[in-house]
Structure formats: structure tokens, C-alpha cells
Design a protein around this ligand. Structure first.
Ligand code: PGA
Length: 248
């Protein structure tokens, strides 16, 4: 199972940011990575990003509507993302769950929409600080998994991202032991939910990943890669994190 180093640009990046993608491409062409690489820029950049990136690495969307088209002003379908150059899409990111009140049922519908369009769904799960302090991190993740991951998920169409909400953009991360424990637990939940189809599903860690902490995080068992926010906006940092991926 190759690791995946994925960048989530969130609502950052206009035309000028295409040069960052070019830098990442050059870095990858200079040294073939042992991991898969994905960057999810804003949807407005996807089509141009495709030209810049060529096939050096993959591009993804950050969200999609469950339906392929229709009267949904402002929304973007998985088919549109695919048409613009995406091969995957993040669904259920905690910022969507929080700022757009997305339920797990909606996240599951979005994952099915992604599959319909032929995209890989990167489904995010993770507890808030309050939930962790209350000792319910496992329970929250198990609920997110049960309700956000449709039963037809498998290693070809789905990637799971464990992103503790309190670690996103805060510079704080769980301890390595905690990450290892949660990934092992998520793997167990996936096996219970999907049986044999859980085999090989990559589980990414996300939340304040940096070049420095990525060495140890990527070395953990059950960590199938990382989902990088802030540090993916800088080509040098993203490439450094990529250099820490392990051949698995
Ligand atoms: P961060 O974001 O790396 O800036 O903490 C991660 C994410 O939200 O995917």
C-alpha cells in the first residue's frame, strides 16, 4: 500500500498560486517519490492546475454536491470536478461539518456522488477537543465512520482521513501513541463495517502536519499518508513532507 501525501489548500490560492504547483511538479520530476501525491486546490484553479501539473501528480476537489447537476446555486458536482481534472475529492472535512452544518448522512451522499463520477472519496472523521477531553474520541470516530462511509467503500474508491478537529491549523498534534492508537481503532472499525473490503483502505493523518513532525507520523504503522493543510501551500514544505514518506 503506497502512502499518499495529500495537500488541502482550503480557500487559498489564485492564479499566482499555480507557480506553487509548478514547483511541486519540478520537485517530483527531479526525484521520483515513493508515495502517491495529491493536491486539492480551490475548484477555480483546477482546470488551469491540470495544465501546469500534467500527469506529474493528482489533483482533487475539496467538497462536492451529492447530485450530478441541478438547481443548486453555488454548488459543484463531482462530475464537474472530474471534468476539470480532479481524480478525487475530500468530503466531510470538519470545516464543512462545522461551517456548513454537514451531517454524516450528507457526507455519505457526497461520497456516493464522488464514486458515481469515478472519483476517489477522501472521507474525513475526527473528534473535537471537547469530545477528546470527555474521553469520547473513539466513539465519535466510530460514529463518523458508521454514518459517513457508505457500505460499498473499498480501497479503490475510498481513503479515510483521521483529522482531530483540535489539531487542525492549531500547531497542536496528538502524541504519536495517540495517532497510532486512533489509526488502529479506525482500521478495526473499517473492518467491522466493510469486512474484506476494508483491506488496503488508506488511513491518512491530518492536523498540523509539518516537515518536522511528518517523519515520525509517516513511520507509524497504519498511517497510510497525511492530509496537509497549511504546509501544503509552500512547495518546499510540501516536498519535504513528501520526502519523508516511506515505501510500503
Ligand atoms: P492543517 O490542516 O495542516 O493546516 O492543520 C489540515 C486539514 O485541515 O486538512
Amino acid at each position: 500500500m503506497r502512502q499518499l501525501i495529500a495537500g488541502n489548500w482550503k480557500m487559498n490560492g489564485e492564479s499566482g498560486a499555480l507557480s506553487t504547483l509548478l514547483e511541486i511538479r519540478k520537485g517530483i520530476e527531479a526525484k521520483t517519490p515513493v508515495a502517491d501525491v495529491l493536491v486539492c486546490p480551490p475548484a477555480t484553479l483546477l482546470a488551469r492546475a491540470r495544465q501546469v501539473v500534467a500527469d506529474a501528480f493528482a489533483l482533487g476537489g475539496q467538497d462536492c454536491h451529492p447530485e450530478p447537476n441541478g438547481a443548486y446555486t453555488g454548488d459543484i458536482s463531482a462530475e464537474m470536478l472530474r471534468d476539470s481534472g480532479a481524480t478525487s475529492v475530500i468530503v466531510g472535512h470538519s470545516e464543512r461539518r462545522r461551517y456548513h452544518s454537514e451531517s454524516s448522512a450528507l457526507v455519505a451522499a457526497k461520497a456516493r456522488g464522488a464514486w458515481r463520477a469515478g472519483l476517489t472519496a477522501i472521507i474525513c472523521v475526527g473528534e473535537t477537543e471537547l469530545e477528546r477531553n470527555a474521553g469520547s474520541a473513539r466513539e465519535v470516530c466510530s460514529r463518523h465512520i458508521g454514518q459517513s462511509i457508505p457500505k460499498a467503500a473499498n480501497a479503490d474508491n475510498t481513503i479515510v482521513a483521521y483529522e482531530p478537529v483540535w489539531a487542525i491549523g492549531t500547531g497542536r498534534t496528538p502524541t504519536l501513541a495517540e495517532i497510532g492508537e486512533m489509526h488502529a481503532y479506525i482500521r478495526k472499525c473499517l473492518a467491522q463495517l466493510l469486512r474484506d473490503d476494508a483491506e488496503g483502505i488508506r488511513i491518512l493523518y491530518g492536523g498540523s502536519v509539518t516537515p518536522a513532525n511528518s517523519i515520525e507520523i509517516l513511520a507509524l504503522e497504519n498511517v497510510g499518508g497525511v492530509l496537509v493543510g497549511g504546509a501544503s501551500l509552500k512547495a518546499a514544505q510540501f516536498l519535504e513532507i513528501l520526502s519523508h514518506a516511506l515505501a510500503r
